[in-house]
Ligand binder design. Structure first.
Ligand SMILES: [Zn+2]
Ligand SMILES: [Zn+2]
Ligand SMILES: [Zn+2]
Length: 130
């Protein structure tokens, strides 16, 4: 465990699909390797890169507004005002899945491949594939 304060970024790249097999790619930008078929896909999304570069947030130590200035996440930032460090971490997209048994909605972090879920409302188990 580190004692660096972590702040979750407000921006995340959209979830992309593998050009080869159509399954969901691991979230990220740049060269992403498909977990299902091992194809390497280039994911770029300029609006997200711009938003990440220009992201501003209050320093968790002194509340001075800090500009990220890089699209890298996680990104270690040292505040110009108080010179303390904090880490801007990657935002993780969540998707909403509807339970086939009771129609309640589950919010999960998607992972490529097949995943077994169990509904907290009705205990039904079902598989989802991304
Ligand atoms: Zn693939
Ligand atoms: Zn500060
Ligand atoms: Zn259910």
């Amino acid at each position: 465990m580190s004692d660096v304060v972590e702040v979750e970024s407000r921006h995340a790249p959209p979830l992309a699909e593998c050009a080869n097999c159509g399954h969901m790619l691991p979230q990220g930008l740049g060269e992403i390797t498909c977990k299902v078929c091992d194809a390497v896909c280039r994911v770029s999304h300029q609006p997200t890169i711009d938003a990440l570069m220009e992201e501003t947030l209050p320093c968790p130590h002194c509340n001075t507004i800090v500009v990220a200035g890089s699209e890298e996440r996680p990104l270690d930032i040292s505040c110009a005002a108080c010179s303390k460090l904090f880490r801007l971490t990657e935002k993780v997209n969540k998707v909403e899945i509807q339970c086939p048994g009771c129609e309640s909605k589950l919010r999960i972090k998607p992972k490529p491949g097949t995943k077994e879920l169990s509904c907290p409302a009705c205990d039904a188990a079902f598989n989802v594939t991304f």
